[in-house]
Write a protein that binds this ligand. Structure first.
Ligand code: SAM
Length: 391
């Protein structure tokens, strides 16, 4: 059994045992069933003050230390999610060349290039956007690169940038999900930074049969384009991951600005106010998701927001409704849900690492040597793992 198969099997068992903790979302169920089996944990979470909650939400290690006395199985997490970090000798590149990329993106691209090193074959950049990643490789190591991108405007802008830099980078307006995309991978070294969901899965599915020589991909947005139930690629597994589980794997985000964070909290509380009224209207009815709310609603105050959402979702509002009471109920639900979410969050990296080992296993089965490594700190991007494969 390969190292990826062993790790995936170990994660299979651990995730199955902890499923009652990570599967139900406190954003959909006010009190998931584990609240009844773990009353002390529930009480400790609901008692958390705001600064402690912020500290626990911001750091998985700190959260795990807090949760460990109630959930001893979390002690296994560090070993289950460990991956090596990799940085080869940094390749020099002139600063001026990078001025057109926002700072965080440039740092991610630098880290990706440093971790991958010199290309093994002509590059094919998958879902390239303006092709910044491919250009970064060409600036360091020369050679040629092809960029596949669906958006023709991004292709044109990328072409202008590479012409200015005098690099051998060609753009093709292409849908990588179309059958003809496979041909572009023959003999190539495929690279992809943050190809979402089915875009990175497609690359990994094609790499073997299409005859790619090497592949380095940093996956992201696992739920995008996924089937209702994730189809394991590295061989059968007892673990069933639905779209909610894939969503959980990517809930960690880089800290938003304080203003955006406050707006997002308020929006959540207001949605909970609606959810609480809907539950009161139809007690015991299963949770139903609803479409995103237009930004203008939130800008016009709570009463307008609630009335608009209720009208769209066909929830009759009591003419006597006390909006202040309804909003306070929303905030109470929001505060509880954020606290009860912590045990789930302590499991999310394990789901992501399971998915990554599954992709690595698929590549091994297709005849590659596959590796996983971290290419940057999680503060730069939480999607910080490269799936790397060589013939
Ligand atoms: C998240 S962006 C990543 C872009 C770039 N790799 C980066 O890190 O900045 C995803 C890119 O994939 C492109 N894309 C989405 N679906 C695609 C498809 N089916 N075929 C080709 N490109 C696609 C989008 O237009 C977008 O430029």
């Amino acid at each position: 059994m390969s190292a990826h198969a062993q790790r995936r099997a170990a994660l299979d068992g651990w995730l199955a045992a902890l499923a009652p903790i990570w599967m139900p979302s406190p954003f959909c169920e006010a009190r998931p069933a584990w609240c009844h089996t773990h009353p002390e944990l529930t009480e400790a979470l609901l008692d958390l003050d705001d600064p402690t909650l912020v500290a626990l939400s911001a750091d998985d290690d700190v959260a795990r230390a807090f949760l460990l006395p109630y959930l001893p199985a979390l002690a296994e997490v560090p070993a289950l999610i460990a991956l090596p970090a990799r940085e080869l000798a940094p390749a020099p590149v002139s600063h001026a060349a990078w001025e057109f990329i926002p700072g965080r993106k440039a740092a991610q691209i630098d880290a990706f290039a440093n971790a991958v090193g010199a290309p093994q074959a002509p590059l094919v950049e998958w879902c390239a956007g303006k092709g910044h990643l491919g250009r970064r490789f060409l600036m360091s190591w020369g050679g040629e690169a092809r960029a596949l991108e669906r958006n023709a405007v991004l292709c044109r802008e990328g072409e202008a940038l590479s012409a200015r830099a005098g690099l051998q980078q060609r753009f093709t307006v292409a849908d990588v999900l179309a059958p003809e995309a496979a041909a572009s991978l023959a003999g190539a070294h495929a690279i992809a930074l943050h190809a979402c969901g089915d875009l990175h899965r497609r690359l990994i599915d094609l790499a073997g049969p299409a005859g790619a020589r090497a592949l380095d991909v940093a996956p992201c947005c696992y739920p995008l384009g996924a089937d209702d139930l994730y189809r394991p690629r590295g061989g059968a597994s007892a673990l069933k991951l639905d779209r909610n589980a894939l969503r959980l794997a990517v809930t960690e985000t880089v800290t938003a600005s304080p203003r955006l964070a406050a707006e997002s909290e308020r929006l959540s509380a207001w949605k909970f106010a609606f959810i609480a009224l809907r539950e009161a209207h139809a007690p015991g009815a299963p949770y139903r998701t609803f479409k995103p709310t237009p930004a203008v609603w939130a800008g016009r105050g709570f009463a307008f927001f609630l009335q608009s959402l209720a009208a769209r979702e066909q929830l009759p509002l009591d003419a006597e409704l006390d909006f202040a009471v309804a909003e306070a109920a929303g905030w109470a639900r929001h505060r509880a849900a954020r606290r009860l979410q912590l045990p789930r969050q302590a499991c999310r990296r394990a789901i992501e690492i399971w998915l990554l080992h599954d992709l690595a296993l698929a590549l091994e089965n297709a005849g590659f040597e596959a590796e996983l490594h971290r290419f940057c700190p999680r503060t730069l991007t939480p999607r910080n793992v490269i799936v790397s494969a060589r013939r």
